[in-house]
Design a protein around this ligand. Structure first.
Ligand code: NAP
Length: 456
């Protein structure tokens, strides 16, 4: 893919970037491998953690500049871009403060003697990342791996090269040595060659199933660990005893934030029949209030999709869903604009034979299903190829907890949307991928959990 910055608000090309060559890749691998074998990576964690502290400070002091770059490059509302930079700073600081504790030796009781597990870096990690959270996706990989001592090579999405460069620049400014984080503008074939290289020990991908499958099979072929954070078709269940006002307000945010381009966005609203009419009325009213416009304008509440391709894909999905019998309750088409805007949209009456039932809609399109009881809600929730997150709204926490335990996803939130925080594990099951990022679990994905036993 060609690496270019095109403003999704007006489709103007801002800048094209040159791809890196195979010679650049070899130089990167050599440098990263040398770093992995150096005292910096293998020695005390105290040398590495100050970089993350400094990076957190730099992210905060450059918040406005970074936010504008992201908004111009992929269309996120400026306030949401600022929040993204803030959470990146929190993640950097979280690992700076906690990585030593997470990587400390863990004692095991055994009759064989004194036993413990140590945590050591394993080598270079290849990271492949998407555009929808152009900094947050990077810090999720950088922070734990830098703390652990694994050098990372990153291939970012081709539509966010400016974010990729800005991030890499800050990591260097924070004091990371050359090779700790290298951004490369490369093709899928070059990613594949990097994964095959014996100096590389792992691959982390966030993105589509297609890309995930390509990267994970290449990793498996060469016997390397991988983690996949893929798509989702998350439910937002509203039970008959829910605080409806809160459910509507949170539901709108859960579907429209980032113009609906979030893996954990609420995509399927499953509403108890007793409250369905009222929910739908209020939800539709809220969609009607949405103001589309320039994402740099603070008063805009829905920005453009990230690219022309994304707009075309979503438009096709909605048309096909309607052709196959779904009812268009609200919106349904691209907005009349030079940018990549799609109207906030609500679809109802989606049957199981409609492709929309199983597809992920990566944009501001809500599907609403009406169910008779909790069991039907659960059946519908679990009738999905994906298993990322989900939300349940109910005043009866025990009832909601019972459902949460039975939903087949990696994350469930009660009375809140599927969210993220540095200290909480993030990831899914089924075709949403495997492995976890963030928290103590995230830092253990790419370390050697080495057992040492002293026989008495
Ligand atoms: P995508 O096409 O898979 O792109 C993601 C990254 O993979 C990009 O850097 C892309 O590069 C690269 N890529 C694509 N094909 C590849 C291949 N064969 N080999 C190596 N790299 C390859 O995904 P997208 O459609 O832009 O992103 C949206 C998807 O990501 C959605 O399904 C969303 O749910 C998911 N997502 C998941 C999470 C999570 O944490 N679970 C978070 C965010 C997004 P190019 O840009 O050069 O094509």
């Amino acid at each position: 893919m060609a690496y270019q910055t095109v403003n999704p608000f007006n489709n103007q090309l801002i800048k094209a970037y040159s791809n890196h060559s195979d010679a650049d890749i070899e130089a990167t691998l050599r440098q990263a491998d040398a770093l992995y074998h150096s005292e910096w990576a293998k020695g005390s964690i105290d040398q590495r953690l100050p970089v993350l502290h400094k990076l957190a400070d730099l992210l905060e002091s450059h918040q406005e500049e970074l936010a504008k770059i992201a908004t111009q490059e992929m269309g996120k509302l400026i306030a949401q871009s600022r929040s993204e930079v803030q959470i990146c700073a929190q993640i950097a600081r979280y690992y700076a403060d906690n990585a030593e504790k997470f990587l400390a030796p863990v004692k095991y009781d055994t009759e064989l003697g004194d036993a413990w597990v140590e945590h050591h870096p394993i080598g270079i990690i290849m990271a492949v990342e998407p555009w929808n959270f152009p900094y947050y996706q990077l810090i999720r990989v950088l922070a734990p791996n830098l703390a652990a001592g694994n050098p990372v090579i990153c291939k970012h999405a081709s539509i966010v090269p400016h974010c990729a460069e800005a991030f890499a620049h800050l990591v260097r400014e924070a004091g990371a040595p050359e090779g700790a984080w290298t951004n490369l503008f490369i093709s899928s074939d070059q990613v594949s060659a990097i994964i095959a290289d014996p100096r590389v020990q792992g691959a982390a991908l966030t993105g589509s199933e297609k890309a995930g499958s390509a990267v994970a099979s290449q990793a498996a072929k060469h016997i390397k660990k991988s983690t996949l954070e893929l798509g989702g078709n998350d439910v937002f269940i509203v039970l008959d005893d829910a605080d409806l006002e809160k459910a509507v307000k949170t539901g709108v945010q859960a579907r429209l934030a980032n113009a609906g381009q979030v893996c954990t966005a609420a995509k399927r609203f499953i509403v108890h029949q007793k409250v369905a009419d009222q929910f739908l009325r209020q939800f539709t009213d809220a969609f009607q209030q949405v103001k589309m416009g320039d994402p740099l304008d603070e008063s805009t509440t829905l920005g453009p999709l990230s690219s022309k391709d994304a707009l075309e894909t979503l438009s096709k999905q909605v048309s096909e869903a309607v052709q196959k019998g779904a009812k268009l309750h609200f919106g349904g088409k691209p907005a009349n604009s030079e940018g990549n805007f799609f109207e906030p949209t609500i679809l109802t009456h989606i049957t199981r034979d409609n492709p929309a039932y199983f597809e992920e809609f990566f944009g501001p399109v809500a599907q609403v299903y009406v169910v008779q009881d909790d069991e039907e809600a659960l059946r519908l929730a679990n009738d999905s190829h994906y298993g990322l997150g989900g939300a349940i709204f109910s005043r009866d926490i025990e009832r909601a907890k019972g459902l949460a335990s039975r939903i087949e996803t990696g994350m469930v939130y009660i009375n809140w949307l599927t969210d993220t925080a540095a200290e909480l594990p993030f990831g899914g099951v089924k075709r949403s991928g495997f492995g976890r990022e963030l928290s103590d679990l995230g830092i253990k994905e790419f370390v050697n959990q080495k057992l040492v036993v002293v026989r008495q």
